[in-house]
Design a protein around this ligand. Structure first.
Ligand code: IPE
Ligand code: IPE
Ligand code: MG
Length: 242
């Protein structure tokens, strides 16, 4: 058994999802504007990526902006668009050097700024050949929107004759999700004490083990990731069996 911090590296979750929540409350408790909480979340994210690499995780998906987050005040939405663009500019070299393949899941059309989409595409292209770990960034992502988009593709393929309606099964849906090669989510972590999915990876996390932590996202570090993986390894998964 190859152990790091009590973790059995032969039984790692194939895919870890993280709902990075609590930035606004972290800032509020310090008398800072909400956006300061988002900024502080950057270090948490990159320490978590570093920890995931140290552990040897292959798939990590982080929730950066939901299809519902457009309902926030325009100033916060604007900040988040610019912040995510700057973050990509700042961190793309780092991720590339660490041999991380970066992918975005979510809708890329309006109202996502065109410049941000171009940067996402450039980051994906320059890291596409890496195989060490895939970092999926869920941006303008909604689990329901993902299923709607998959349903539209199925309808289009059926209309065109390449898919028989009576042959539609779980595999045909899976193949039309945003990240079709990603394995199912084994472990889903949410910070800030909230215990809900908020439209994250509804299909992919159908059988995920859920771990909720009390701390706010900006305070999250790789040790918290290790603790969540340790907790995952202590759970008994049954998948419907006895
Ligand atoms: C998560 O933190 C970041 C995003 C949703 C973009 P929040 O901004 O939701 O912080 P709280 O939940 O309001 O504290
Ligand atoms: C989920 O957090 C979205 C992200 C972390 C990007 P929210 O803070 O938007 O979720 P709710 O509104 O509390 O459900
Ligand atoms: Mg929140």
């Amino acid at each position: 058994m190859n152990v790091l911090d009590g973790i059995d590296r032969s039984r790692l979750p194939a895919h870890v999802g993280v709902i990075m929540d609590g930035n606004g409350r972290w800032a509020g408790e310090r008398g800072l504007p909400r956006n300061a909480g988002h900024s502080a979340g950057e270090e948490a994210l990159f320490d978590t990526v570093e920890g995931a690499l140290e552990l040897g995780l292959r798939w990590l998906t982080v929730y950066a902006f939901s299809t519902e987050n457009w309902k926030r005040p325009p100033s916060e939405v604007r900040f988040l668009m610019g912040f995510n663009r700057d973050l990509l500019v700042r961190r793309a070299d780092d991720l590339d050097e660490r041999r991380v393949r970066v992918r975005f899941i979510g809708r890329r059309g309006r109202p996502v700024p065109r410049g941000l989409v171009q940067l996402m595409e450039r980051t994906e292209a320059r890291t596409a050949h890496h195989t060490r770990m895939t970092l999926q960034i869920a941006f303008n992502y909604g689990g329901r929107a993902e299923l709607v988009d998959a349903a539209r593709r199925i309808a289009a393929d059926a209309a065109e004759g390449s898919l028989r309606p009576d042959r539609v099964d779980e595999r045909s849906i899976r193949a039309r999700l945003y990240g079709p090669e990603a394995p199912d989510v084994d472990l889903l972590v949410r910070t800030s004490g909230e215990q809900r999915l908020s439209n994250f990876l509804l299909w992919e996390a159908a059988y995920a083990e859920l771990v909720f932590t009390d701390g706010y996202w900006p305070d999250f570090r790789r040790g918290d990731l290790y603790a969540a993986v340790g907790e995952f390894q202590r759970r008994a998964r049954r998948f419907g069996r006895v």
